[in-house]
Design a protein around this ligand. Structure first.
Ligand SMILES: *[C@@H]1O[C@H](CO)[C@@H](O)[C@H](O)[C@H]1NC(C)=O
Ligand SMILES: *[C@@H]1O[C@H](CO)[C@@H](O)[C@H](O)[C@H]1NC(C)=O
Ligand SMILES: *[C@@H]1O[C@H](CO)[C@@H](O)[C@H](O)[C@H]1NC(C)=O
Ligand SMILES: *[C@@H]1O[C@H](CO)[C@@H](O)[C@H](O)[C@H]1NC(C)=O
Length: 430
């Protein structure tokens, strides 16, 4: 059985070639990036948050909380960033349609960057998920993008709340965590060029666009588990999905079965997953459950596991790799002391459809979007829960993949990024 994740390899191959083209690409990107910044800043001045008076008290409290957070040396926030932080305190929408959540609901967190065509596909698939109307969907944005925001505002199928990472690099056009004028670039020698920054293990300086993803994931985790009024006391599981994931209609029901079976069927499993850890696999169609290494599509865990992850903040924040998932596989999970297994069904309930990995726009001629025409075969068996609680568990031991000892792909060497990452872990624990 080949369980190597070809999807991951593809991404790494792209990363490697990306690294080779760093000098050329980054000059082009820098130009484009600056242009985007200018345009964005222009439009962000029109950015109006539709507040009503009844939220004032909440907003003031959150605003003060952000003042307290500055004790952590968080970057000085501009108005745009503060607006985003305030907006994160707004209650979920659709409370009129879905006034309450099911007692045993699994909160769904969809974290997104800026790929509207993908998000549309993902949201359409979620709208067809049976049982979704009993839970809360939280969409975590890596900054603010109008088109992305619009797609989520149209959601009517469940309670939905949007949060916007207020320290996303693109929110800061002229200073850290964004591009700062005095920063070193590429393989600059800081002493010689009198520029700022600590290079990674391969001698490259930080790229705001690239560190953004790991920062967002970590900010989102800390905010959802420990910050948001809606979820910081949630005792159940939380499902995490990305904008290029397609959910089958049975995803939520299967997940409820899996998380309920986990304590008896697989006490040593940390999580439940909707998809195999090999993102290209669709499952074995066996009459059994499967325990395997933790994947990155549709992973679902509870607060006990989050606390374990949070305790490894230093490992997460100092590991020189800009990928959050590789950081988890190579440092955080191995530090738990025993193999980190996840429980899943024999047939996938989610698929990863993005072709571009995360660095869209840096892969030259390859088209990332199929004009929104993504065709998934949803068969009858994918429409209803298809996990049998009588099934045994088959365990896949020693699967290939990133492990302790891997030294990282770099891109995460700057001390300011390490500090910001540590601050995110602290911001709700003052
Ligand atoms: C903010 O916090 C300070 C000190 O903690 C307090 O004096 C002040 O009243 C607070 N402001 C608001 C609007 O709650
Ligand atoms: C939720 O959806 C189910 C069908 O999937 C329906 O039977 C139920 O009435 C819905 N509940 C609410 C509160 O909309
Ligand atoms: C916090 O969330 C609860 C529901 O979980 C809600 O009843 C309460 O009003 C919220 N409080 C604030 C301050 O938003
Ligand atoms: C959360 O999940 C872990 C791992 O499956 C389990 O050991 C723990 O008991 C669960 N915690 C709660 C509060 O259910």
């Amino acid at each position: 059985m080949a369980y190597s994740s070809t999807g991951k390899k593809h991404r790494l191959k792209d990363d490697a070639s990306f690294r080779r083209f760093v000098p050329l690409v980054s000059i082009t990107c820098l130009g484009v990036f600056l242009l985007i910044f200018l345009l964005r800043m222009n439009s962000s001045s029109n950015f109006v948050v539709p507040f009503s008076d009844e939220f004032d008290e909440v907003l003031l409290r959150s605003y003060n909380r952000s003042l307290i957070s500055r004790k952590l040396n968080l970057p000085k926030q501009n108005e745009f960033s503060i607006e985003l932080e305030k907006r994160n305190q707004m209650p979920p929408r659709n409370l009129d349609l879905y006034p309450s959540l099911a007692k045993d609901h699994i909160t769904v967190v969809l974290y997104v960057h800026n790929r509207p065509q993908y998000l549309k596909v993902a949201v359409d698939s979620i709208s067809q998920v049976v049982g979704i109307n009993e839970t809360l969907l939280i969409v975590s944005h890596d900054g603010y993008f109008e088109e992305m925001n619009k797609i989520v505002e149209d959601v009517r199928f469940c309670q939905v709340k949007q949060i916007f990472a207020p320290f996303s690099p693109h929110v800061f056009p002229s200073g850290f965590p964004g591009v700062s004028p005095g920063d070193c670039k590429d393989k600059d020698d800081g002493a010689e060029k009198h520029c700022k920054g600590t290079p990674d293990q391969y001698g490259n300086h930080r790229s705001p666009k690239i560190v953004s993803l790991k920062h967002h994931w970590w900010w989102m985790m800390n905010t959802v588990w420990d910050g948001l009024n809606e979820t910081r006391n949630h005792n159940g599981h939380i499902l995490f999905i990305e904008e290029d994931h397609f959910l089958y209609p049975n995803a939520y029901q299967n997940l409820k079965i899996l998380t309920a079976l986990k304590p008896q069927k697989c006490p040593h499993c940390y999580a439940a997953n909707l998809a195999p850890c090999d993102v290209n696999a669709r499952g074995e169609d066996w009459d059994s459950l499967i325990a395997e290494r933790m994947g990155n599509v549709g992973y679902t865990f509870n607060r006990t596991v989050w606390r374990k992850i949070h305790k490894k903040t230093n490992k997460f924040c100092f590991f020189d790799d800009y990928n959050w998932d590789i950081t988890m596989w190579a440092t955080v999970y191995p530090s738990f002391g025993n193999p980190v297994f996840t429980l899943r069904g024999p047939r996938t309930s989610a698929v990863h459809f993005g072709k571009c990995g995360l660095h869209q726009g840096q892969e030259g001629e390859k088209a990332c979007i199929d004009n929104g025409a993504v065709n998934f075969q949803v068969q009858d068996v994918d429409k209803v829960a298809n996990i049998n609680s009588d099934w045994e568990v088959r365990v896949f031991e020693n699967q290939p993949g990133y492990k302790a000892g891997f030294k990282g792909w770099g891109g995460w060497g700057d001390k300011r990024d390490h500090q910001l990452c540590l601050d995110f872990a602290q911001m709700h624990h003052l």
